[in-house]
Design a protein around this ligand. Structure first.
Ligand SMILES: Cc1cc2nc3c(=O)[nH]c(=O)nc-3n(C[C@H](O)[C@H](O)[C@H](O)COP(=O)(O)OP(=O)(O)OC[C@H]3O[C@@H](n4cnc5c(N)ncnc54)[C@H](O)[C@@H]3O)c2cc1C
Length: 481
C-alpha cells in the first residue's frame, strides 16, 4: 500500500461491513480494518434473497460470477432449472434488461382455508436471487482485499472524536483501543456506533440551540422498536422432503411462494442450488407494534412452538406439510430502527441495519446494507474526498441514503401488513368469496407497485447524482461536525 489518504475502521462484519470492505478494495490509498465482536464469522439465520437492484451492486463489486455459482433461481419461464447466463445478464441497467428476462418472482396464495388458491403472481425484471446465508458470507469473505485486516472478538464499546476533526478513538469491551479517520458503523440493529453517534448529534444540536435532534433521540430506546412481528426461520434439506414429493403431496418451489392468512404468513423458497428449502413463518400482531418486546430478540426454539402460531388445521394441507419438516427453528422478534435524524456525525457514519433496520417483508435489508456499503465506498474513494473534505462527502451520503432507505423501510412494513391481510380495513374472514378475490387482486397490484423499485431503479443513477454534488460542495471542511 502506498500513501494512505484515509484509514477506515468498519465496526461489524455482517453483509454491510463485508460488502463495504470489498467495495473499498479498489482504492489503494484507503486502509481498511474490520472489528467484529464475534470470535469467528458465523451467519445467524437461514436464507437470504437479493433483488436485481442490489444484485447489480454485487456485480459491480466483481462478486457476480462467484455468487451466481451458489444461487438458486428459476429459469426465465419460472419452471425450469437455474441458468447462470440469465443471472449474469442482469449486470446491466435494469431498464435496459430485455423483456425476455421478465421472470416469475413470487406466487401469492390464500392459504387460511382448506381449499387454498393462488391469487397473484409477481413478475420482475430479473429474479429474486436466493442464497444460503453461510455461502453468501463465504463469497464476501473471499473477495476481501488482501490488505484488509480483520480483528475478531473486538466488541466496540464506544468511540470519541474531536468536534473539529482529527482521528477517532475506538474503545473495545476488552479494554483495547484503536484509531481511524473514518468509523463505519456496520454493527447491526443493536449498534454501539449508533448509540455514540446519536449522543454526539444530540450534544451538538443542543450546543447549537437546535433541540430537534436531541428531542428525537431521547430516551435511547426510542429509536429501536418492535414491529409487532415474529419470524420462525428454518432450512430443510430437500432429501427429507422426497417421500411427500414422490407421493405428490408437496411440490418443491422453483419460485418463492407466499402462503397468506389473517395475521400469519409463510414463505418458502429454494437455496443452495435447490438442495435446501428456506422456510420462514411470520406472525403479526398489529396491536403490538411499537410496544417493548420482552425476551431475547432471537433464539432457537422447539419446533412444537410453530404449531401454536395459527389454527393450521383449517389452513390448506400443504402448509401443515411444510411445517412438519421444520426442525429447531430460530425465533426472531422483528425490530426496526425508527427514522433517524442523521446517519452521520463528524467522521462517523452508519450503514445497513445500524442505520435503518427494517422489517424483512420486501427481502431488502441486506440489499440496502450492500447498497450503502457501495455508495459510501464510492464517495470515500473519490479523489476529491480527502481528510479535509471528508465531512462534506459524508453529508452527501446522508443526504442520499437516509431518505431512500427510510422510504423503503416504510414499504417493507406495509408488506408486513398486506401479507397478513391487514389491508384497507377489509374483513377477509367474513366477506363473500367474490369480494375477497377482488380485494386480493387489488392487493396484489398494490404490492407489486410498491415493490417494483427493486428492479426498476438502480443505485448507479443516484450515485451519479451524488458524485456530481460532491463536485459542487467539495471545498475544504469549514467545520468538522
Ligand atoms: C427473518 C429475516 C429474513 C430476512 N430476509 C432477508 C432477505 O431475504 N433479503 C435481505 O436483503 N435481507 C433480509 N433480512 C435482513 C438482513 O438480514 C439484514 O438487513 C442484514 O443482515 C443487515 O446487515 P448488516 O451488516 O447491516 O448487519 P448485521 O447482519 O446485523 O451484522 C452486524 C455485524 O456486526 C457485529 N457487531 C454487532 N455489534 C458489534 C459491536 N459492538 N462491535 C463489533 N461488532 C459488532 C455482529 O456480530 C455482526 O457480525 C432478513 C432479516 C430477517 C430477520
Amino acid at each position: 500500500m502506498g500513501v494512505v489518504k484515509l484509514r477506515v475502521a468498519i465496526c461489524g462484519g455482517g453483509p454491510g461491513g463485508l460488502a463495504h470492505a470489498c467495495a473499498l478494495a479498489k482504492y489503494s490509498d484507503i486502509s481498511v480494518n474490520i472489528y467484529e465482536s464475534a470470535a469467528k464469522f458465523s451467519p445467524f439465520g437461514a436464507g437470504i434473497g437479493i433483488w436485481p437492484r442490489a444484485w447489480n451492486v454485487l456485480c459491480a463489486l466483481g462478486l457476480g460470477e462467484d455468487m451466481a455459482k451458489i444461487t438458486s433461481v428459476p429459469s426465465t419461464s419460472g419452471t425450469g432449472p437455474f441458468h447462470s447466463s440469465t443471472v449474469l445478464a442482469l449486470n446491466t441497467d435494469c431498464p435496459s434488461v430485455p423483456q425476455s428476462i421478465l421472470v416469475h418472482s413470487f406466487s401469492f396464495r390464500k392459504s387460511d382455508q382448506s381449499n387454498g388458491f393462488t391469487f397473484g403472481n409477481m413478475y420482475s425484471r430479473g429474479p429474486l436471487l436466493t442464497f444460503h446465508r453461510a455461502q453468501f458470507q463465504e463469497v464476501l469473505l473471499q473477495h476481501l482485499p488482501p490488505s484488509c485486516r480483520i480483528h475478531h472478538s473486538k466488541r466496540l464499546k464506544s468511540y470519541s472524536q474531536g468536534r473539529h476533526g482529527g482521528p477517532i478513538r475506538l474503545s473495545f469491551e476488552d479494554g483495547t483501543h484503536a484509531t481511524c479517520d473514518v468509523l463505519v458503523g456496520a454493527d447491526g440493529i443493536k449498534s454501539a456506533v449508533r448509540n455514540c453517534l446519536l449522543q454526539e448529534y444530540a450534544e451538538v444540536s443542543r450546543d447549537n440551540g437546535q433541540l430537534t435532534g436531541e428531542q428525537k433521540i431521547s430516551p435511547r430506546k426510542e429509536y429501536v422498536s418492535w414491529a409487532g412481528s415474529i419470524a420462525y426461520r428454518a432450512l430443510i434439506p430437500v432429501e427429507r422432503l422426497m417421500e411427500d414429493c414422490d407421493k405428490g403431496l408437496l411440490v418443491l418451489p422453483t419460485t418463492p411462494t407466499m402462503y397468506i392468512g389473517t395475521d400469519v404468513h409463510m414463505i418458502v423458497y429454494p437455496v443452495s442450488k435447490g438442495k435446501v428449502v428456506n422456510l420462514v413463518l411470520f406472525q403479526f400482531q398489529p396491536e403490538s407494534q411499537g410496544i417493548p418486546y420482552h425476551g431475547p430478540w432471537s433464539k432457537e426454539v422447539d419446533e412444537s412452538e410453530i404449531f401454536n402460531v395459527a389454527r393450521f388445521d383449517s389452513w390448506e394441507p400443504e402448509v401443515k406439510r411444510w411445517l412438519k419438516y421444520v426442525r429447531k427453528p430460530t425465533k426472531w422478534a422483528i425490530h426496526m430502527v425508527v427514522d433517524l435524524p442523521t446517519f452521520i456525525s463528524g467522521h462517523a457514519v452508519l450503514i445497513g441495519d445500524a442505520a435503518h433496520s427494517c422489517s424483512p417483508h420486501q427481502g431488502t435489508g441486506a440489499g440496502q446494507a450492500i447498497e450503502d456499503a457501495y455508495f459510501l465506498a464510492e464517495l470515500l474513494g473519490d479523489p476529491r474526498t480527502t481528510l479535509n473534505t471528508l465531512t462534506q462527502a459524508l453529508k452527501v451520503y446522508d443526504k442520499f441514503r437516509r431518505p431512500w432507505t427510510q422510504e423503503t423501510g416504510a414499504k417493507a412494513m406495509a408488506n408486513c401488513r398486506y401479507f397478513t391481510l391487514h389491508y384497507d380495513d377489509f374483513d377477509f374472514v367474513h366477506a363473500d368469496a367474490a369480494t375477497v378475490t377482488q380485494k386480493l387482486h387489488d392487493l396484489t397490484d398494490l404490492m407489486i407497485d410498491e415493490w417494483k423499485w427493486c428492479w426498476t431503479t438502480t443505485v448507479e443513477d443516484s450515485l451519479k447524482l451524488a458524485l456530481s454534488q460532491l463536485q459542487d460542495i467539495c471545498m475544504p471542511d469549514s467545520e468538522a461536525m
